[in-house]
Ligand binder design. Sequence first.
Ligand code: IPE
Ligand code: IPE
Ligand code: MG
Length: 253
Amino acid sequence: MFKSSTRDIPEAVAVPRHIAIIMDGNGRWAKKRFLPRMAGHKQGVETVREVVKACTGFGVEYLTLFAFSSENWRRPEEEVSFLMNLFLAALEREVDKLHQNGIRLRLIGRRDRFSPAIVRMIESAEARTAANTKLTLTIAADYGGRWDMLNATQSLLRERPELAQQGFGEEELAPHLAMAYAPEPDLFIRTGGEQRISNFLLWQLAYSELYFTELLWPDFGRDALLEAIHSYQNRERRFGRTSEQLRGESPSC
Ligand code: IPE
Ligand code: IPE
Ligand code: MG
């Protein structure tokens, strides 16, 4: 069903239903240890495992991880190809375990720039875990927020060309966005100290609570996630309203 933070007021929940994370800082983690950047990416996969496990324990329903942005193709060829191989190996190794733990795996982003082996692996992992309901783990790979919005618009107009003249609203566009199956993220986390969105879920983060930590992604884990959730629990999510309204008080103006 169509749910939008700008059209309805989402229910405030103590444990975020949807957490979206920019996993940043792998390269710096490695550099600090005089290791190649690739060692940081490898260690980052361990953190993914820990965070997925923690989310199932906390009762989070959707976890979305930014693994490779549409701009990450600009990195040295050697690093891009290492990341692709790591991605494929992690998929091959982890899908069984995800499935056993009731986790549904989904990928968002362009698929036409991946190798056929990766695309096949993605499709089979998605099909295999499609009926799982404990946690939906979404990996954003070759994903960009601008691509998502453009892609959704093109897809909508292909389906209903008459709307190019008539115009359309959120209700029409939203089902074509990459994350149409999930509520908007309640909590956004970025590790690695940078305070930017880097073309992640531009549309979907409209009213997410933002949390930035200096911790580098390989140093992030269950306790750090809990700290982020505690910070989220202390936020007042107003969605455009006043504090007085939230507390049910009469207007003071
Ligand atoms: C995040 O870590 C992983 C990807 C973008 C694939 P980085 O590789 O960006 O690490 P830093 O930011 O250089 O430390
Ligand atoms: C964002 O990290 C993308 C991912 C974590 C996949 P980057 O390291 O690519 O972001 P910038 O370049 O510092 O903004
Ligand atoms: Mg980075």
